[in-house]
Design a protein around this ligand. Structure first.
Ligand code: GLN
Length: 305
């Protein structure tokens, strides 16, 4: 049994006092209002022991971390057919890049860049009767947490300035890889990004990727073992955009970041850990989040390698 509480407390103090060269995202105006000093960590083990420090119970905008949840539901619904619409290769480009899509004929490189997540949202809209309600219900079931919700203010803020995503969605539609109305797809995408969760809630909701025996309180298995393994593989290779190699190199866990400053990382068969610190490095990943996790997997000798 590792002494996780003491370990995260020690690293928390060390990293909190480190100079942070990052910047809070403000291309979504509402995100720019968040205090850069927020800093929280929570780890939940597969036997449901939970350890937290700092602002670990404060909700924040999970942004691209939601791409794991949209992918999970789409994978459950479409199974392997899903990969006809989106690939599983690292992009080596920023999260909101339009560059590669032209050469790839509108098939996004992976589901964790914006282009891929927008296609995944399109897939979900084709399947779900009430996409927003059905999707949040799915998140509530996985986490056994009825308090999860979208943040209307954040979603509307992104909608008013989401020009790149609007361009991406239209561009992909020109190749025929968006089947529904672009406004409907984008509205759903912006809402999925706006979901508010705390570090504690995040490290609980992703236990289904750490625990092979995971079932919900309604007795549903979310993914097969093989599907969960595959999502972890894509997280490891694509979860941090053009910094995925660096994250594997320094931290050594499958994980995902969001421009709200959150990072989740999964240790299959052991735990899920979340760090929140809003200042981002130039690749759009939380500066202190990566630093914390690097120290954490080093100290606990728990990279997957
Ligand atoms: N909603 C954000 C966007 O589309 C999500 C990006 C992110 O978290 N990396 O720009």
């Amino acid at each position: 049994m590792k002494h996780y509480q003491k370990i995260i407390e020690d690293i928390y103090v060390e990293v909190k006092n480190t100079d942070d060269s990052g910047k809070v995202a403000n291309y979504i105006p509402e995100l720019g209002t968040i205090s850069p000093d927020n800093f929280g960590i929570n780890i939940t083990t597969i036997d449901k022991q939970s350890y937290g420090i700092g602002d670990y119970e404060k909700k924040f905008s999970i942004q691209s971390i939601s791409k794991i949840l949209t992918l999970t539901l789409a994978y459950q619904l479409e199974r392997e057919k899903l990969w006809e619409r989106v690939d599983v290769e690292p992009s080596g480009n920023p999260f909101n890049s339009l560059l590669q899509l032209e050469a790839d004929f509108g098939k996004p490189r992976n589901p964790f860049i914006n282009a891929g997540a927008i296609v995944i949202c399109d897939v979900l809209i084709s399947h779900l009767k009430n996409p927003k309600e059905d999707f949040i219900d799915f998140c509530r079931e996985i986490s056994n947490n009825p308090n999860l919700n979208y943040d209307d203010k954040i979603a509307k803020s992104e909608k008013s300035t989401g020009f790149r995503n609007i361009a991406l969605c239209n561009f992909i539609k020109s190749f025929g890889n968006i089947k529904n109305d672009v406004d409907v797809v984008l509205d759903f995408y912006f809402y999925t990004c706006s979901i508010a969760m705390s570090c504690k809630e995040l490290s609980t909701i992703f236990l289904f990727l750490a625990d092979d025996n995971f079932i919900t309180h309604k007795n549903n298995k979310i993914l097969t073992e093989s599907q969960a393994k595959r999502i972890n593989a894509i997280l490891l290779t694509c979860g941090f955009y053009d910094e995925s190699g660096e994250f594997a190199f320094r931290v050594g866990l499958p994980g995902k970041s969001g421009v709200g400053g959150g990072i989740v990382a999964i240790h299959p068969d052991e735990y899920c850990i979340t760090v929140w610190s809003p200042k981002l490095n130039t690749n759009g990943n939380s500066y202190k989040g990566m630093l914390f996790l690097e120290k954490f997997t080093t100290k606990t000798a728990s990279s997957i390698f």
